[in-house]
Structures are given as C-alpha cells and as structure tokens.
Design a protein around this ligand. Sequence first.
Ligand code: CMP
Length: 140
Amino acid sequence: ATERTLSIIKPDAVAKNAIGDIIARFEKAGLQVVAAKMMHLSEEKAGGFYAEHKERPFFKDLVGFMTSGPVVVQVLEGEGAIAKNRELMGATNPKEAAPGTIRADFAETIDANAVHGSDSPESAEREISYFFGNDEICPR
Ligand code: CMP
C-alpha cells in the first residue's frame, strides 16, 4: 500500500553537504518527497520528538546532537515507504549497516548516523504531524 514516512537528514549529513545525495537515493528508490523543510531544532522540539527515549542513557547526547546544527525534515511517500526507507538507511549503528546503505556510506557513529526514519505506521503518523500541518504536505 502507499504509505508516508518521516525522514530527517541529521546535522552530520547536512554539514557534509550530503542533502542532495541522500534525497537522490530516496527518489531513485521510487519514494517521492511530498513535504520538506530545513530547520534548526530547539532542545524542546528535539526532546519532544524523541520523547520515547527520555529514560535512555543516550537521550541527552541525542538531543545535544540533533540541536547542534540544521536538519532537513521530509515526508516521503510511496509503496511500502516505511520499510523501504529503513532499508535504504541501513542499521541504526553505521558499523552494522549493510554496504551501500545511507548510514554505511555517510555515517560513522551511532549518534551521528546521518538519517532518521519512522519505524512503524503509528510512529510515522505521529512524527509527520509533529513537524507538518496537513496544508504543508503536497501529494502528487
Ligand atoms: P534514530 O533512528 O534517530 O532514533 C534514536 C537515535 O538515538 C538513533 O537514531 C541513534 O542515532 C541514537 N542512539 C544513540 N545510542 C543509541 C542506542 N544505543 N540505541 C539506539 N539508538 C541510539
């Protein structure tokens, strides 16, 4: 089925000038960008986004990293978009990511791992509405 998923190009990948390379991978895989914006997240916005990780030992570093520079937030649409995006990204830890995946090619550490993608239909819905109003999504 056609799905939507939230993708974030993280500060490390933006700093490497890899925005275009990463979006090209989504497009070449048949996903369409139906919403996009660049933003520098506040601590509150980043902390709210990762609220489910609040009690995890890496939460403080995660929020620190995600607020360290601008990110590009997008909604990707396509057949099986959630799983397809996760396949393109590779494992959370770049050291475990399969060759040819975004994290294998653009990231070095689990904190600075280039991209985020929704992990389920429920989180996709929550994450998309966390960043975008309905009037900011442009299906084609
Ligand atoms: P992301 O998909 O954005 O979701 C939470 C992020 O926390 C994850 O990518 C990693 O960048 C970061 N993180 C840091 N340490 C860990 C860990 N031990 N397990 C999972 N995620 C971690």
